[in-house]
Design a binder for this molecule. Structure first.
Ligand SMILES: *[C@@H]1O[C@H](CO)[C@@H](O)[C@H](O)[C@H]1NC(C)=O
Ligand SMILES: *[C@@H]1O[C@H](CO)[C@@H](O)[C@H](O)[C@H]1NC(C)=O
Ligand SMILES: *[C@@H]1O[C@H](CO)[C@@H](O)[C@H](O)[C@H]1NC(C)=O
Ligand SMILES: *[C@@H]1O[C@H](CO)[C@@H](O)[C@H](O)[C@H]1NC(C)=O
Ligand SMILES: *[C@@H]1O[C@H](CO)[C@@H](O)[C@H](O)[C@H]1NC(C)=O
Ligand SMILES: *[C@@H]1O[C@H](CO)[C@@H](O)[C@H](O)[C@H]1NC(C)=O
Length: 306
């Protein structure tokens, strides 16, 4: 029976994938084809970039495999063997107005206007063709590891306003002679600094010691010494980031996003043991304990039926 069900499930999955047509991209942001605007221009200009004239234009394919010019001679880079395509950007834009006009809600699969997939502008191709050219790995079911622009574009080159709460040894504040000479260190602070150093162009961090605002202390009824207020400050934009050795509580998680925890505290719940008397029935019952009476009954019934 299980085998039959598994087969049916496979069949359903198979049908679903066939219907999604991964070869031409997802319906929310399909690959470009010869009925898309700008297709002919792209086809004409691609050879100028030392690639064939159907590069990225023939549905989801791993176009970069073995491509020497793109650093994929040995396919060592993570994007080399991933499939992608140029997309028909007219069909990729989630348009809440059009979606609503069609009687749907954002996120609905009924219309391509209600959903989209990540797609990235190809700057050189857009400049050369004079039209907006976008590509997408996601429409082909892959993560874009070719360009990390998306990760960087939010803060790279900016000033980030950080509030720091010192809690040695994890976040240490070293007081200098005057305030300008004071310095922060400690494993958690250093980790954060290391993450910032990966951005290009650089991020300059402007930190304020115990920088949470009194207003946020009042709103959150903070009794944690500023930690909840600091998270609240990030949520409302008083600060961009709160650098502190703080707990990720459910309330705080609702307010903003956190880096993955760098360390964990372990708590033990200690309860008094209730003395229990051992009867014959308790002993008789214990081998059957893993399952309830109902579960045993249905297991036995299933065995008999088989
Ligand atoms: C081109 O793509 C559009 C949108 O995905 C699709 O409706 C159309 O059938 C495609 N045309 C061809 C010739 O494949
Ligand atoms: C468009 O592509 C389809 C299939 O990919 C092909 O059958 C058709 O002839 C093409 N149309 C033009 C105008 O090139
Ligand atoms: C294309 O290849 C030629 C010869 O290998 C090279 O001179 C040229 O700079 C390349 N063009 C691009 C856009 O990479
Ligand atoms: C850095 O933070 C201080 C205190 O919050 C502020 O007065 C100053 O204007 C900030 N500098 C920049 C460049 O944002
Ligand atoms: C915040 O509250 C503290 C303690 O009540 C006070 O010393 C400090 O001046 C207040 N800061 C501001 C900016 O009002
Ligand atoms: C803070 O305390 C006030 C009064 O005690 C209460 O009305 C308010 O709901 C509390 N706020 C939060 C976020 O717990």
């Amino acid at each position: 029976m299980i085998a039959a069900m598994a087969r049916r499930l496979c069949f359903i999955l198979h049908a679903w994938f066939a219907a999604c047509g991964l070869a031409s991209g997802s319906f929310e942001c399909p690959c470009i084809n010869n009925s898309s605007e700008g297709f002919a221009q792209l086809r004409e200009k691609l050879p100028e970039f030392n690639v064939s004239n159907d590069y990225g234009l023939d549905g989801c394919k791993a176009y970069d495999v073995g491509h020497r010019n793109l650093g994929c001679a040995r396919n060592a880079l993570s994007f080399c063997s991933k499939s992608w395509c140029y997309v028909d950007v007219k069909l990729c834009r989630q348009n809440d107005e059009k979606c609503k006009d069609e009687g749907d809600k954002p996120g609905s699969r009924a219309s391509p206007h209600c959903r989209s997939r990540p797609h990235v502008r190809s700057n050189p191709l857009s400049d050369v063709t004079g039209t907006e050219v976008f590509y997408s790995y996601e429409t082909c079911g892959n993560i874009n590891s070719y360009s990390d622009d998306d990760l960087f574009k939010v803060h790279a080159g900016n000033v980030v306003a950080g509030a720091v709460l010192a809690w040695p040894p994890w976040v240490v504040h070293e007081q200098g002679i005057d305030e300008k000479q004071s310095e922060f260190r400690g494993p958690e602070y250093n980790f954060f600094q290391h993450v910032l150093n990966l951005f290009d162009p650089d991020i300059s961090l402007n930190v304020t010691l115990s920088g949470y605002t009194n207003q946020s202390v009042a709103i959150t009824n903070d009794t944690s010494g500023g930690y909840s207020a600091c998270v609240y400050d990030v949520a409302v934009g008083n600060y961009d980031v709160c650098i502190a050795d703080l707990w990720i509580t459910p309330e705080r998680r609702l307010l903003t996003t956190f880096l993955p925890p760098l360390r964990e505290d372990t708590f033990y719940l200690v309860v008094k043991r209730k003395p229990s008397q051992v009867h014959f029935w308790t002993r008789f019952h214990s081998p059957f304990k893993p399952f309830s009476f109902g579960a045993w009954a249905s297991a036995i019934r299933a065995c008999i039926e088989l």
